[in-house]
Ligand binder design. Sequence first.
Ligand code: 5GP
Ligand code: ZN
Length: 112
Amino acid sequence: MCLFCKIAAKQIPAKILFEDDELVAFHDVNPVAPTHVLVIPKAHVASLGDAAPEHAALLGKLMLAATRAAELTGVAQGGYRVVANTGANAGQSVFHLHLHVLGGRAMGWPPG
Ligand code: 5GP
Ligand code: ZN
C-alpha cells in the first residue's frame, strides 16, 4: 500500500479536514502556505496522468472537495491555488493522485 492509501485507510494518522466514501481532505504535514490541504481519492490512482475516462466523476468530486477545503479553512474569499503536481518535472513526490489546496498568502506566478 502506498503512503496515501495508508492515510485513506487510517493506517497512518493525518489531520483530516473532512472525508466521504470516495475522498479524504487532510492537512499537509509540511505546509508551504498558511492553508495547505491535500485532497485524495480513497482509491489508488497514481497521478492525474493516470486518470482514465472512468475517473471523470471522481475528478469532479476532488475539485469540488478542493473548493470545500478552501471554504472550511477560510481562504476562499481571499483566493487560493489548486495544484496537481504530475510527474518528475512537476516535482510529484507521492504517486497517489492528490490536489494541493494552498491559500492564506499571496502567491507568485509562474511557480518555481
Ligand atoms: P507532491 O510533491 O507529490 O505534489 O506532494 C506530496 C505532498 O505530500 C507534500 O506536500 C508533502 O509534504 C506531503 N506529505 C508527504 N508525506 C506526508 C504524510 O505522511 N502526511 C501528510 N499529511 N502529508 C505528507
Ligand atoms: Zn495509493
